[in-house]
Write a protein that binds this ligand. Structure first.
Ligand SMILES: Cc1cc2nc3c(=O)[nH]c(=O)nc-3n(C[C@H](O)[C@H](O)[C@H](O)COP(=O)(O)OP(=O)(O)OC[C@H]3O[C@@H](n4cnc5c(N)ncnc54)[C@H](O)[C@@H]3O)c2cc1C
Length: 555
């Protein structure tokens, strides 16, 4: 008798693996997460939790934990452009502390500042609290194979040192940019493997704010005669700072003395500080050519490596996890077709490519300042240069600071498991986002009379929203779902404002909160619609849809 297989083996306990394990557990799916480290974070990387990720945190019951994390909520989040912290200020984009920031009308949540050493433990507690999730730290994936039935993984625990086999129906590599899972699956990455060789340094200096006159700010971008060369970020809003020497595409290593001199140059004076960690890393612009190979999947940095300019990396990865989790659950619970698993690449790979490109664009804009030998000169010509550079740079950088469209506006165009309604795609803008219930898009947020968000209606199964539907109109679709074992709930809504936002009498929303189908009448063949959205048969797709003879019947 072969040993019993668990459902999902998640490799990697970074934020994406933790979110995936947590969401799988939240859906009742048994999974084991292995992480090679003991979970402690050598150097926190991400700190911006985007608005869509916060919507997922809302679903998982984690908003209170994020808002209660130790990052000071009154710490001004300005981005300031300086020749040095004690030097000239070239420009500034003002943002209030996270606690005072407005919530955008398109969402029940706002973005948050919660550095990785605070956010990972929140996700870890969430995953560990799921009955069906087992977390195994200090356990490393050594290799794996797959056949038609399952994946066989060989792992090693750092304590025992003994290799051990784990059998699973599916394996997901959330094992970061140098993913062994991706390599074993033979998935190639496309793009630029080295945009810059950057060095990040965390240093401690409790008095830094009193050493300069620029006040509290999230980030200082330091521009010298050679152009933009460094950043200083308030990593915990207290005593720790992340100093980055941005570097270039030429590989370069720094001695401790060089790093100390660079920190003093960025601050503009001699002062005492303690270096806590130094991390040389490569900034990449890569997307995997597929996110699936048989029973193996990749998510997060394993699937896309992007410049941190914009703060999209983890947020994109958590989007991957949420898209994949319900699909794996559907297949494991017996109501999802294999097409659902294939649609993971179709839906998420273009989002990865889009966000990688946006992040590189942000980097290019940040580095676009050309040489200005007189930028620090205390002369009229120097003042003119600073005025010009400051104005141009401030304008250019706004695209990176306002990215609601990136976080909420991604859509699953041409997805085989959505049923397009023939309406044209709205523009995909980085900075702005107009809500739409067009199939493939995130279902819009609106406040219900009882104080909940429409987003609170979505999650474990499908949700059929009915706006002013007469009794039993929806029965045929609910019956079709029942026949296929697809979990679905009918929610009648009467609020005219929400009906106007959703634009159709019926809107079918998936477990991940994206619209699968909408129409003013029930489809003529409800079973076919259900088979499409559960990935058992391929959907019409936009191109096929435009001239499809049954378009009027379905819409
Ligand atoms: C300076 C900086 C700032 C950033 N800021 C932001 C931000 O504000 N917002 C944002 O969204 N993103 C940000 N990012 C990007 C973000 O940090 C990453 O996208 C995110 O950490 C990726 O998460 P992940 O779980 O996919 O991979 P990782 O965080 O890399 O985790 C992978 C895990 O897999 C484990 N692992 C690897 N191989 C194995 C194996 N064989 N067996 C077992 N375990 C294994 C590793 O130990 C690791 O814990 C930033 C990045 C940098 C460098």
């Amino acid at each position: 008798m072969p040993e019993r297989s668990l459902s999902v083996l998640v490799v990697g306990g970074g934020p994406v693996g933790l979110a995936l394990a947590g969401d799988l557990g939240w859906r009742g799916i048994d999974c084991v997460l292995i992480e090679q480290s003991d979970g402690s974070i050598y150097q926190p990387r991400m700190d911006m939790v985007g608005v869509r990720t916060m919507e997922f945190c809302r679903r998982w019951g984690l908003v209170g934990a994020v808002e209660g994390s130790p990052y000071p909520r009154d710490y001004a989040q300005d981005n300031v452009y300086v020749t040095s912290l004690t030097g000239y200020e070239l420009g500034r984009e003002r943002f209030p502390g996270i606690g005072q920031a407005p919530t955008p009308p398109q969402s029940p949540q706002r973005r948050e500042r919660c550095p990785q050493n605070m956010f990972d433990p929140i996700l870890r507690d969430f995953a560990a609290s799921q009955k069906t999730v087992t977390m195994r730290y200090r356990t490393r994936l050594l290799s794996f194979t797959q056949d038609a039935e399952r994946v066989t993984a060989t792992v090693e625990n750092a304590g025992s040192g003994a290799p051990e086999q784990i059998f699973a129906r599916y394996l997901v590599g959330c094992d970061g940019a140098r993913s062994l899972v991706r390599e074993t699956l033979g998935i190639a990455m496309r793009g630029n493997p080295a945009l810059t060789y950057t060095t990040n340094v965390i240093f401690r200096c409790p008095d830094l704010l009193s050493l300069h006159d620029k006040g509290k700010a999230y980030r200082h971008i330091v521009i010298g005669p050679e152009g933009t060369w460094a950043t200083v970020v308030a990593i915990n809003g207290r005593d720790q700072w992340r100093f980055s020497i941005i570097g270039s595409s030429a590989q370069r290593e720094y001695t401790t003395a060089e790093i100390e001199a660079a920190i003093r140059r960025a601050v503009g004076r001699d002062f005492k500080f303690e270096i806590l960690s130094v991390l040389p890393w490569v900034r990449r612009e890569l997307v995997a050519e597929t996110y699936r190979q048989g029973r193996g999947f990749i998510a997060g940095d394993a699937a896309h490596a992007m410049s941190p300019t914009g703060g999209f990396g983890m947020n994109t990865g958590i989007g991957d996890a949420v898209d994949l989790s319900w699909k794996l659950a559907a297949v494991l619970q017996g109501w999802g077709g294999d097409g659902l698993l294939d649609s993971y690449t179709t839906e998420r790979q273009p989002v990865g490519a889009r966000n990688v490109a946006e992040a590189s664009g942000n980097l290019r804009r940040m580095l676009s300042v050309s040489r200005h030998p007189d930028i620090t000169d205390d002369t009229p010509a120097g003042a003119d240069t600073r005025k010009k550079v400051g104005a141009e740079f401030s304008e250019l950088m706004r695209r990176e600071w306002f990215t609601l469209g990136i976080h909420l506006g991604y859509r699953y165009e041409g997805s085989p498991v959505c049923w397009p309604d023939g309406t044209p795609a709205p523009p995909d803008e980085a900075g702005t986002y107009e809500q739409t219930a067009r199939p493939g898009h995130r279902a819009p947020h609106a406040w219900l009379a009882d104080g909940r968000s429409t987003l609170d209606l979505f999650g474990r199964g499908f949700t059929l929203l009915g706006f002013g539907a007469t009794a039993a109109e929806e029965a045929a679709l609910l019956e079709a779902a029942r026949m296929r074992g697809v979990p679905i709930e009918f929610v009648p809504l009467a609020e005219p404002k929400i009906a106007a936002l959703y634009q159709r009498k019926f809107v079918l929303v998936r477990p991940d909160g994206h619209v699968a189908w909408r129409g003013d009448r029930m489809p003529e063949d409800p079973l076919r619609l259900i088979d499409v959205v559960r990935g058992a048969v391929s959907g019409p797709g936009n191109a096929a849809w435009q001239g499809a003879p049954n378009a009027a019947k379905m819409a």
